[in-house]
Design a protein around this ligand. Structure first.
Ligand SMILES: Nc1ncnc2c1ncn2[C@@H]1O[C@H](COP(=O)(O)OP(=O)(O)O)[C@@H](O)[C@H]1O
Ligand SMILES: [Mg+2]
Length: 256
């Protein structure tokens, strides 16, 4: 049975989508059948993997609103071993529409249960908010990976994020765990990046991945080519580090 991991942080621009796309692609390249679920109305994961997001009729939104079964909405093997449930701006409406639905927090979980056996990993890219979409992702997930950008305000909002995860553990998903924290956009030329890493380490009592994702321009370029980093520039530091992160995630256990 697949392991479901939500990539979450309510801050925008910290590297959630970059991590969701490239961790998924690295897992797929290591032979793990992987599904990536775009839960962000911005649809950056979807466009970053080469789909025209505005041209899609069957997306995460149609899954959440029960218009189509999830199997029909998944783009199977978009790349080798990598499938995608895409999203676009329609998904923004789901946040409000969900409010009137019975057991609204469990909709994604129930949908993913139908396909969980088909994948070794399901990676969910969350929106930059702690609303109903993120709650759905965390209710469906086994674990959460929190990307933290190496910048001065890195710690801001982390308390609230961890509090939200604890609330979900208490009420909706008792087995939810924080799988780990991954530092992103590390700039070896500045002391600030190093200080942020030291700071977060001393403040957070959580598993922190040994792999630190460097700032690498190839990672920022890859989405405009519709490719994950390992297919865009396999020899870049970005590709290498997401490969190492994938090794750690696999070693963390649970993936049969
Ligand atoms: N390691 C990195 N090196 C260089 N640019 C990065 C890196 N990680 C993310 N970016 C860029 O930073 C921006 C925000 O990243 P993104 O993954 O979209 O964050 P989020 O999904 O949390 O909003 C994007 O333009 C992305 O290309
Ligand atoms: Mg994003």
């Amino acid at each position: 049975m697949g392991r479901t991991i939500a990539i979450a942080n309510q801050k925008g621009g910290v590297g959630k989508t970059t991590t969701a796309v490239n961790l998924s692609a690295a897992l797929a390249a290591k032979g793990k059948k992987t599904l990536i679920v775009d839960m962000d109305p911005q649809g950056n994961t979807t466009s970053g993997l080469g789909l025209d997001k505005n041209d899609l009729e069957k997306t995460t939104y149609e899954v959440i609103t029960n218009e189509y079964p999830i199997e029909e909405c998944i783009h199977q093997d978009l790349f080798e071993n990598l499938s995608l449930l895409p999203a676009n701006r329609n998904l923004a409406g789901a946040e409000i529409e969900l409010m009137t639905v019975d057991k609204m927090q469990f909709i994604m979980k129930e949908s993913l249960n139908q396909v969980k056996d088909d994948y070794e990993f399901i990676i969910i890219d969350c929106p930059p908010a702690l609303g109903m979409l993120t709650v759905n992702a965390m209710t469906a997930a086994d674990t959460v990976i929190v990307p933290i950008q190496c910048e001065f305000y890195a710690l801001d909002g982390l308390t609230q994020l961890i509090y939200t995860i604890e609330l979900i553990q208490k009420s909706l998903n008792p087995n939810l765990k924080i799988e780990g924290v991954v530092f992103t956009m590390y700039d070896a030329r500045t002391n600030l990046s190093l200080q942020v890493v030291e700071n977060v380490k001393s403040y957070l009592n959580q598993n922190i991945y040994k792999t630190i994702i460097p700032r690498n321009v190839r990672l920022a370029e890859a989405p405009s080519h519709g490719l994950p980093i390992n297919l865009y520039d396999a020899r870049s530091t970005g590709a290498e580090s997401y490969g190492l992160l994938a090794d750690e995630v696999i070693e963390n256990g649970g993936a049969e």
